[in-house]
Design a protein around this ligand. Structure first.
Ligand code: GLU
Length: 503
């Protein structure tokens, strides 16, 4: 067979001689996937490290499943994460269109070259015939593959049938013998026996390309030098290598990243792990924490540290430090990491982030939230928790009067009358403090402690009663600091309510 002539688009230089160009190529079906961000991150780090380009290509040839909403969600999610691409459907660029649905004429043009060179052929087999072949192969316990029925068809005859309107697909003529080899940057040489590779469909009966054809044609014409994608595509790669050979094009370098896995080591799935980037955003994960986490899943820093920024990852980036064992997606670890990032924010930035991502609780103003920030920042793992953690600051939460009575093993330690009495004393002491001193948490705490100790209350018992009175909950932000943030007037009002409940 002769080689298809080279075309005007891609380059024939070796991958080392060309400026680095990499891509992430998601299909816009469903929610934007965390795996897309993971692959985008590694591509982007490599591109930035090498001073190359990072491209977003939308693989929307599955017309039934692709939606514009899903595409828009991919753009939004990648921009939110700061995984900004140099070229893409919404970024433009010299190698567009970057949406495969807009490139049909290109695939038709390219596949014709393969027909001309004898590397591809028309196939008219009906779905029924293909099903029968499959059944027979199953019964014979043989390999399930296309049996090559249409491969010997005369080209002119095939074209007459096409012209007569007969439905057809175009298949790749895979060599019957020999093997196809490629080098994976992380895994070394990988070999496939050609006898195990099916005569792939390249162009479907609807005239649209399959993933294999579109991916190879686009990677070539977009001058992609390195294809870094998930491990699950390894078995597609020999098909792609055969296509590059058939076209007479230089194949890019291949890097197959280990799959993200559920705790049971199965491929990450939404049944066992949240996979939508929108979910992570709606939970209040910071993009820099999520990036750090995704980086950590596939990569280790030279000094082994677990916290690093995108800029640091780019700086140190090398394929040699990419792991090949499937990383387990551990949400608890992400929570921990996110917490460390949240704690490191200045209170002003913390409030700004809450505001920008719509996490400012109802009833909270940025000013009030700023005052409350030191109380909650320490204990926030996700920004979405802030509304709940601070709910009592913006509204008085309901509780049962009995909750005010300190108890041990279900037995009240003080009666309602005793509790009301000490709360009245607290009220008096607090008013005095307010009148004479600055309204500080330490002063409040000291006076409450002295009061408890002068009666037969343990300070912890009184603090629990006060906590319920002020926040309505047995677990809250630090009690006396919370009163300061609430303000004297509101704290007194809540004490009065508690006293009234005990009457
Ligand atoms: N469209 C494929 C995906 O959804 C792209 C695979 C590749 O990078 O070649 O992951």
């Amino acid at each position: 067979m002769e080689q298809a002539g080279r075309d005007d688009g891609g380059s024939q230089l070796s991958n080392q001689e060309r400026p680095v160009r990499v891509r992430v190529a998601p299909s816009p079906t469903g929610d934007p996937h965390v795996g897309t961000a993971y692959i985008a991150l590694f591509n982007m780090c490599f591109a930035r490290k090498m001073g190359g380009q990072f491209i977003l290509r939308i693989e929307d040839t599955d017309q039934a499943r692709s939606t514009p909403e899903s595409e828009a969600a991919i753009f939004r999610a990648l921009h939110w994460l700061g995984l900004d691409y140099d070229e893409g459907p919404d970024a433009g660029g010299p190698h567009g269109p970057y949406r495969q649905s807009e490139r049909s004429a290109i695939y038709a043009r390219e596949v014709k070259k393969l027909l001309d060179s004898g590397h591809a052929y028309y196939c008219f087999c009906t779905a029924e015939r293909l099903a029968q072949v499959k059944e027979a192969q199953k019964a014979a316990k043989g390999q399930l593959r296309y049996d090559g029925h249409c491969r010997p068809l005369d080209r002119a005859e095939a074209e007459r049938r096409v012209a007569a309107g007969e439905p057809f697909v175009i298949r790749l003529a895979v060599p019957a013998t020999g093997e196809t080899t490629f080098r994976d940057r992380l895994r070394g040489e990988i070999k496939f026996d050609n006898s195990t590779i099916d005569d792939q469909v390249l162009l479907k009966s609807d005239g649209l390309p399959t993933y294999h054809l579109a991916s190879v044609v686009d990677d070539h014409l977009m001058e992609i030098t390195h294809v870094c994608r998930a491990e699950e595509w390894i078995t597609s790669t020999p098909k792609h290598v055969l296509l590059y050979d058939a076209f007479g094009w230089t194949a890019p370098e291949f890097i197959h990243m280990p799959l993200l896995r559920n705790a049971d080591r199965s491929k990450i799935s939404k049944r066992k792990n949240p996979t939508s980037l929108d979910w992570y955003r709606s939970q209040g994960f910071l993009p820099e924490a999520l990036l750090n986490f995704l980086g950590l899943l596939g990569y280790s820093m030279p000094d082994g540290r677990e916290q690093f920024t995108l800029a640091e990852m780019i700086d140190e980036f090398s394929w040699d430090r990419v792991n090949t064992t499937g990383p387990v997606f551990d949400l608890e670890k992400l929570d921990w990491l996110n917490g460390t990032y949240i704690r490191a924010l200045s209170p002003e930035t913390f409030v700004a982030r809450l505001q920008a991502e719509n996490f400012l609780p109802v009833g909270a103003t940025p000013e009030k939230m700023l005052a409350a920030a030191p109380l909650v920042q320490e204990r926030t793992k996700r920004l979405s928790e802030v509304a709940d953690l601070t709910a009592f600051l913006w509204q008085e939460l309901p509780y049962e009067p009995s909750a005010l009575l300190p108890a041990k093993k279900g037995q009240p330690l003080h009666t309602a009358a005793e509790t009301r009495q000490i709360l009245e004393q607290v009220r008096t002491v607090f008013s005095e403090i307010a009148a004479t001193q600055t309204w500080s948490a330490a002063a409040l705490e000291q006076s409450a402690r002295t009061l408890a100790e002068s009666g037969d209350w343990k300070p912890t018992e009184l603090f629990m009663t006060l906590r319920i009175a002020i926040t309505g909950r047995p677990v809250s932000t630090p009690l006396f600091e919370t009163m300061v943030v609430l303000g004297l007037e509101e704290a007194m009002k809540r004490l009065d309510h508690a006293i009234a409940k005990l009457e």
